[in-house]
Ligand binder design. Structure first.
Ligand code: GLU
Length: 481
């Protein structure tokens, strides 16, 4: 049997990092089993679904490289894979279920249902609605024909229980006392999530439903529905939810949750895939870094943990740094040149590009997020007309700064050869001559050439900046002291 899995986000929000992890696990499972990965749109909530959210989901699925084999945009043998296009099919199933007595028209009003639940609680019985407020069979057809508003409910077999083995959470039992005769079709003819999701899963031949734990309590309903449709229910795997560092469900309170935010921050898709994979699953052997192909070859849903996983943006940044260091210099330039040029508001000249290339080995090691590159190289391509205030007051407003800059000028001016080595030896000799320590002697030079105390390694930076520009910047800063 071919494995068929689906990721079924509702386009009622931007692609959330937790949803992206669900998508990734579906993708890894499909690829690990030579299966089919489907992307569906659960867009039955017309009030909250938007095209903008749908686009965001598609764009970030593509960005993450989680290619789907069937689904929205690309289609497949099941049509558009949008639930909003399938209302006729859901109504047809609802009617079939009425015919087979697995479902019924329900006239109970919200007030009556509330009273039912209250009475049940008072009497110490189950508040799950069991259909007891409904009229006898004889009455139903007439009331429906007369146009009375009715929903269609699934008839949960009572007494009874639904058992299933969840791949992650293992043996699950739901006593039907806890399960409502749930609505499958609303009075306006629209399907509920339970109906639309299960009909799609059955029609699309889904073999494994891998989704968030928040849907665990819906699963007995989906199994009962599938069985009533005469289908073999899927195998389920419910993933624990992502938590913030405080142990509460990951939400905006903890920071960014939209995938787009991480992309804008400069996180690489490879890094976030790797990171999300580790939230609940491990490569073993304390290993953290693996390419998507390696993850596919090792992915095993049965080893996914049921414990909640903590989303830690700092670990993600660290991992992103690992991926950045792993880039070739050319890849690094390809991923950052545009960011640098956007930051400068112009394109780099051929000479400047060369300077940038020379800088790459120095900054690649220190970059955790791609846009940081702009901060590290900006000084090369702009005149220093403003100095970072904190750096200035800490470093330049000291008596040693004047000594250091004068001595640096004197040491560097006579150099015939402008190389990292010659610069380093001249400046080290300058320390000996002035008696300044490295911090007191070098920091003023750093601020003079870059505008701040934070810049790539000093001697290399001077070498790349060039002799004339270095001496000019040091003199300019000196003149301000
Ligand atoms: N559309 C549902 C959601 O976005 C997921 C449905 C499912 O996986 O069964 O939460």
């Amino acid at each position: 049997m071919t494995v068929r899995v689906r990721f079924a986000p509702s386009p009622t929000g931007y692609l959330h990092v937790g949803a992206a992890r669900t998508a990734l696990y579906n993708y890894l499972f499909a690829r690990a089993n030579d299966g089919v990965f489907i992307l569906r749109s659960d867009d039955t909530d017309t009030a909250r679904s938007t095209e903008e959210y749908q686009e965001d989901i598609l764009e970030h699925m593509e960005w993450l490289g989680l290619e789907w084999d069937e689904g929205i945009v690309i289609g497949g043998e099941h049509g558009s894979y949008r639930q909003s296009d399938r209302y006729d099919r859901y109504r047809e199933v609802a009617r079939d279920l009425i015919e087979s007595d697995s479902a019924y028209y329900s006239f109970a009003t919200p007030d009556q249902l509330e009273q039912f639940r209250k009475d049940a609680r008072d009497a110490g019985t189950s508040p799950a609605y069991d259909g007891s407020l409904e009229p006898g069979y004889g009455e139903v057809a007439g009331r429906v024909a007369a146009g009375e508003s009715a929903v269609i409910r699934f008839r949960v077999p009572r007494p009874g229980e639904t058992r299933f083995t969840d791949i992650v959470r293992e043996d699950m039992v739901f006593d039907h006392k806890q399960v409502d005769d749930f609505v499958i079709l609303r009075s306006d003819g629209s399907p509920t999530y339970h109906l639309a999701s299960t009909v799609d899963d059955v029609d699309y031949g889904i073999t494994h439903v891998i989704r968030g734990e928040d849907l665990l309590s819906s699963t007995p309903k989906h199994i009962l529905l599938a069985q009533a449709m005469g289908a073999e229910p899927a195998t389920y795997a419910h993933l624990s939810l992502l938590m913030g560092p405080d142990g509460k469900k990951l939400s905006k309170r903890h920071g960014d949750t939209a995938m787009s935010a991480y992309r804008e921050m400069g996180v690489l898709p490879e890094a976030i895939n790797n990171y999300l994979a580790l939230l609940g699953w491990s490569l073993g052997d304390e290993e953290d870094v693996a390419s998507i192909d390696e993850m596919i070859s090792r992915f095993d849903l049965t080893t996914v943990s049921k414990n909640p996983a903590v989303f830690d943006p700092q670990k993600l940044e660290w991992l992103n740094g690992v991926y950045i260091r792993g880039m070739s210099d050319d890849e690094f330039v390809a991923s950052t040149l545009l960011l640098v040029e956007e930051d400068l508001g112009r394109t780099l000249s051929a000479d400047e590009r060369e300077q940038f290339m020379e800088m790459v080995p120095l900054i690649k090691e220190r970059t955790k997020l791609l846009p940081e590159v702009s901060d590290q190289v900006r000084f090369l391509f702009t005149n220093i007309d403003k100095y970072d205030e904190k750096s200035w007051s800490k470093v330049m407003d000291t008596p040693e700064a004047l000594v250091a800059l004068d001595a640096a000028l004197a040491a560097l001016t006579p150099l015939d050869e402008w190389t990292i080595e010659s610069i380093e030896s001249a400046l080290r000799q300058m320390l000996v001559d002035t008696g300044l320590n490295a911090r007191k002697g070098f920091q003023p030079v750093r601020v003079a050439i870059s505008g701040s105390t934070v810049s790539p390694p000093l001697f290399e930076s001077l070498a790349i900046l060039g002799k004339l520009e270095t001496l000019t910047r040091i003199s300019n800063a000196r003149a301000l002291l």
